[in-house]
Design a protein around this ligand. Structure first.
Ligand code: HEC
Length: 146
């Protein structure tokens, strides 16, 4: 009887240690990216979608697509600056000219900007690396945007 009890105890200790190990498991990179994507989708839906549309294709002659553009897939600091400072240039994007204004979104946090850009760079068929909050922080500091 005593033996059985201690066996049960041993088993319970084993189970507890298992769930402890589970809790202490380091966050996988892919899990962190998935979480950033999920948060970024919320930011995108609340702020960017109105102009760039749910499929990222924008509105012809008004709001440019953010699918396979140099701005989205290319240099990350330049992309981060577009969100921080807004964008008002006559630009050729994927063969179309755009000259509307995009207003600044520097009120978003570093993490919100990192999340939304990670979402954009990995959605709509885009396949580029994610953006970290620290990268946004650095651009904001260099750029002197509050
Ligand atoms: C009010 C409409 C509007 C909103 C909201 C908006 N944009 Fe834009 N966006 C534009 C316009 C218009 C341009 C092109 C500006 C120009 O022609 O100079 C642009 C340009 C861009 C570009 C660079 C060009 C390209 O197509 O690759 C990116 C990237 C971009 N926006 C991402 C975003 C993201 C991310 C958000 C949300 C945080 C956002 N935009 C919110 C209208 C908007």
């Amino acid at each position: 009887m005593k033996k059985k009890k201690s066996a049960v105890l041993l088993f319970l200790t084993f189970l507890a240690s298992l769930s402890f190990a589970q809790a202490k498991k380091p966050i996988h990179h892919s899990t962190a990216v998935a979480a950033s994507m999920a948060r970024g989708k919320v930011v995108y839906t609340n702020i960017c979608l109105a102009c760039h549309m749910a499929d990222g294709n924008g509105v012809p002659t008004m709001n440019p697509p953010i699918v396979n553009t140099d701005y989205v897939l290319g240099d990350k600091p330049r992309l981060i600056k577009i969100v921080l400072n807004g964008f008002k240039e006559d630009v050729q994007i994927n063969g179309q000219t755009f000259s509307n204004n995009m207003s600044p979104h520097s009120d978003l946090t570093d993490r919100q900007i990192a999340d939304v850009l990670t979402y954009v760079r990995k959605s709509f068929g885009n396949k580029a690396g994610g953006v970290m909050a620290l990268e946004v922080k650095n651009v904001r500091a260099l750029n002197n945007v509050k």
